[in-house]
Design a protein around this ligand. Sequence first.
Ligand code: IFM
Length: 432
Amino acid sequence: MRGFPDGFLWGVSTSAFQIEGATREGGRGVSVWDTFCATPGKIHTGENADVACDHYHRYAEDIALMSELGVGGYRFSVAWPRVQPSGSGPVNAEGLGFYDSLVDALCEAGIRPVVTLYHWDTPQDLEDAGGWLSRDTAYRFAEYAAIVGERLADRVEHWIPLNEPVVETLYGYALGEYAPGKALLFDAMPAAHFQNLAHGLAVSALRSVNAKSIGSANNHSPIWPATQSAADLEAAEHLGAVANWMYTDPMLLGRYPEQVIQYLPDDFADDLTAIAAPLDFYGVNYYEPQGCAAPGEGNPLPFELRAIEGYPLTTNGSPVVPDGLREFLGQLRTRYEDKLPPIYITESGCSFDGVHDKERIQYLQDHLAALGQALDEGSDVRGYFVWSLLDNFEWSKGYQPRFGLVHVDYCTLARTPKDSFYWYRDLLGGAR
Ligand code: IFM
């Protein structure tokens, strides 16, 4: 495999709700995902994340695994309802203390903490007050960012305000498949704008407490039109604006793509300067391209989603298309030129079963080869984080898809490193 630059940060990623468990301990408040899991029919398997991987109690064991793996960085998220149980007002000292101890233990192990402040677990009280459809949530988020930043920025270098706002807007507010379960179609789009605003305000809040390096973690897919017809190309442009550029353009250029302006709150323009607060890095979560075609007769939407065919599928149904990573990084270079900060691949991974997971090894090998090509073509990529360290709670699919380098037995909570864990360890050993 191609060599990666000196100082390249190799890591693993997780998120609070997917691994922590202990949802009713340590003064944690209720999140929208607790409520969603408790609503019959929302999680396909009927499961919840009350225990998950029990990382809240077993984080020392998980850090020992990361030490054995040899990663330089660990990207995890802070659960807002652990720190501020109702999303505003008093801080829960025990909750903030948990992350303080986690960061200390990581630093002691020589692993750089990469903190995501929000990975979809909105405090339920804030959702009841309007959630991401309310501008106020962005202001509450900035306060929360300052609280966490103030406590941890002396030891945490890398900060990411929000994870994948596109996924929450789409699945949580437009389609109702994720918490908070609203199915508003295009009326969900203000949620994207207020998450963008929350991002920008949090960047400034983090700067004010001397956070060193601040970025993002947006989920991106190259959009593949079904044909080269003018109608399919136009549909793909529209979907690209909604799925990708609606987040990157305001963050990096201080404007929205013209296709999405019709969906935004009337006063959106007042927020653009705040959203475009300068970033130190741009985080890309890459899983797959998205197919698209012009809408068929009677479809009022501006595009139709199409499955990508002709590629192997993960157990989660995602097509495996490593070159899509190289392709998207090229699109970022072309679109943003010198406005594009250095990039980190903040998530990349796949669901496959079993501890002898040769498919995952192949997947990682192929994605790293594609990443190497992107570097050769001129992308400035500074790190790669495998999703995920552990098998974990995959949202509305429950525990069925297994994304971990480490297998988790959900009855005993025993951790067993998979073959891919040893493969990654050997790769990192060679990279050191
Ligand atoms: O598990 C998710 C994660 O929470 C966000 N990015 C995609 C992963 C795999 O689906």
